[in-house]
Design a protein around this ligand. Structure first.
Ligand code: HEC
Length: 100
């Protein structure tokens, strides 16, 4: 019984760690893009209403250098493909919660 409980904790911990990591990354995005996805800076686009495939495509383009911006290119280079997928899902879900 104890062993089973320990196995569960070990299984769950990496998942918890990952969720916290990407939440931290999301907080960084929000610092520029705004917490309601309405950016308060004229030079920073709103992420609001963007769909998930678009977000993935733009972040991948920044990462690969296909699209270039002095800030976003640096930000995107820090992200793994998995981060991009999770962040796109996060912002997409956030946007759709906001519209309900
Ligand atoms: C230091 C400020 C800053 C941070 C931090 C930042 N961004 Fe950006 N982001 C920008 C700017 C500026 C642009 C506009 C770039 C351009 O004009 O091409 C942009 C553009 C984008 C775009 C393209 C939007 C469009 O309409 O095409 C996406 C998607 C995006 N950012 C997502 C993110 C995500 C996800 C994060 C967090 C990992 C993030 N950004 C963090 C400043 C920032």
């Amino acid at each position: 019984m104890r062993k089973a409980a320990l196995a569960w904790v070990l299984l769950l911990f990496p998942a918890i760690g990952q969720a916290a990591d990407y939440q931290q990354i999301a907080n960084m995005c929000v610092a520029c893009h705004g917490s309601t996805q309405d950016s308060s800076f004229p030079s920073i686009p709103n992420l609001k209403w963007q769909n998930k495939p678009y977000l993935v495509e733009q972040l991948t383009a920044f990462k690969s250098g296909q699209r270039s911006d002095k800030t976003m290119s640096k930000v995107a280079q820090l992200l793994s493909e998995q981060d991009i997928e999770q962040l796109a899902t996060y912002f997409y879900t956030l946007n759709h919660k906001g519209s309900q």
